[in-house]
Design a protein. Sequence first.
Length: 262
Amino acid sequence: MRTALLQSSGRPGSTVENLKALDDAAGRAAAAGAALLVAPEMFLTGYAIGDGIGRLAEPADGDCADAIAELAHRHGVAITYGYPERAGDVVHNSAQLISADGTRLANYRKTHLFGGFERDHFTPGEQPVVQAELNGLTVGIMICYDVEFPEPVRAHALAGTDLLIVPTANMHPFQLVAESLVPVRAWENQMYVAYVNRVGLEGEFDFFGLSGLAGPDGVARARAGRGEELLLADVDPALLAASREANPYLKDRRPGLYGSLA
């Protein structure tokens, strides 16, 4: 499955402009044969927009979700995007997957909030594993800081995730996560990991880009630089199956020894 990673911060504070950017990227992704387009964390609104987060937050089935469903259907490409989700009296840092026919397949709420900024503006989610079936693959979603914890990624592996989508807003000086940690997560859990970052200065944050698709062999299939970019890479089920057969970490686990982890 060809996957397009949109490395961009869009236009912070403007859902109208970000929907236009997503429309353009979806068209380019579809023209390149991609079945899935992944946008970064909080792409719909921008990340460092302060109280604008609460003002721009909307339900998972809100107007912007409808607009993205329409453009996904028009271009024939599935889309995952980050956004602030209004759920009653609270706001979650969420990511939603919409299929190529415009169906809402999965919605994930970030479970591990990073730093004071996120804890001031969001309520953490409580469901660590959210999955959907897409083009014969089991696709899972988490957001940025979540992937830095081994436990939820392993939970995805045990639940059968083939491709883990990680919309991200990671900033200097944490480049190690993109360059080293993400490929290791893919290797130790025998899955593909699509890590899709914001880029450039935004408020107090300097997002470093370096989006990539890591394979189950620990190799980055594609790696973006530090500017705006639409990156294309393939998820190969045959490679995934062969790698899992050759590297049976999940079969060789001894869960009875790990009780202290909980």
